[in-house]
Design a binder for this molecule. Structure first.
Ligand code: AMP
Length: 271
């Protein structure tokens, strides 16, 4: 499996394809990423997988520095797929010298949760996703529900700048104990990994309580339970009505962000 750093070369290769799927990733691939690629391949003749750790979406330079990068391992994992093309650019292939992120103003969705705690993060995400969509002009682009707020943001981006692409959400793939797969999970030591498996328990408890408790009691029960988990520092826990952000989609979801030791993890479920 080879990786291309020139998007023009890829555009030449996919020119005749009936339909193109795009799966943007930051690499360090796991089964969550692979399941998205599989889904994209069921609908598209060719799927472009981008592997790029986008510096513009990191508001913490230490986090960017230590983000795992394993291109050779990634290419090895992707060997199982036919009909995919890997785009693995360098920073200078994506950004001009000194280029700033665009300021998008994508509304309320960029101001809560991740938007509130990671200033500039979503403008960085939107900047790189707009670039990828414009480079490859895919029919479909695929994003995981694991980063549900990001999925909502991309839908809003595409609506606002009127890009002709379907944004398709993909279910969260989990380890056998329920921990959402994430490239960051490899930073967890044994006891932290044990604690991380309790994140899904918090979300599932919230789901149970949602029908029997008011929101205030629900939140205080979850906060109390979170406090009792070793290594865990809660950053936020929210119950959000998605219909506020996606018209015609009645859905309530519980969202959590926390640090387990030094590793920041997020998760969410439909409740
Ligand atoms: P990342 O490499 O973490 O930026 O993720 C690339 C894409 O994979 C994003 O659309 C993520 O939402 C998605 N993704 C990450 N983890 C998972 C998972 N456990 N299950 C499904 N999709 C995921």
């Amino acid at each position: 499996m080879r990786a291309y750093s020139s998007f023009k070369e890829i555009v030449r290769l996919v020119k005749k394809a009936d339909s193109i799927g795009l799966v943007p990733t930051m690499g360090s691939l796991h089964d969550g990423h692979l399941s998205i690629i599989e889904k994209a391949l069921t609908k598209n003749e060719v799927v472009i997988v981008s592997i790029y750790v986008n510096p513009k979406q990191f508001n913490d330079s230490q986090d960017l520095k230590k983000y795992p990068r394993n291109l050779n391992d990634d290419l090895e994992k992707l060997k199982i797929f036919n009909k995919i093309i890997v785009y693995a650019p360098n920073d200078r292939d994506v950004y001009d010298e000194g280029e700033e992120v665009k300021k998008y103003n994508l509304g309320e969705i960029t101001k809560i949760m991740e938007g509130r705690l990671r200033p500039g993060h979503f403008d960085g995400v939107a900047t790189v996703v707009e670039k990828l969509l414009s480079m490859f002009n895919p029919n479909d682009a695929y994003f995981g529900e694991k980063d549900f707020q990001q999925l909502l943001l991309i839908k809003e981006l595409v609506r606002k700048i009127k890009l002709n692409v379907n944004i398709i959400g993909c279910e969260t793939i989990r380890e056998s104990d329920g921990l959402a797969m994430s490239s960051r999970n490899k930073f967890l030591n044994k006891s932290e990994r044990q604690s991380a498996s309790k994140i899904i328990k918090l979300l599932e408890r919230a789901k149970k309580l949602y029908n029997t408790s008011n929101l205030k009691d629900l939140k205080s029960a979850i906060l109390k339970q979170a406090y009792s988990i070793d290594n865990l520092t809660l950053e936020y826990f929210e119950i959000i009505d998605i219909s506020k952000y996606l018209k015609n989609k009645k859905e309530i979801r519980a969202f959590i962000a926390c640090k387990i030791g030094n590793t920041r993890l997020i998760d969410n479920i439909k409740i």
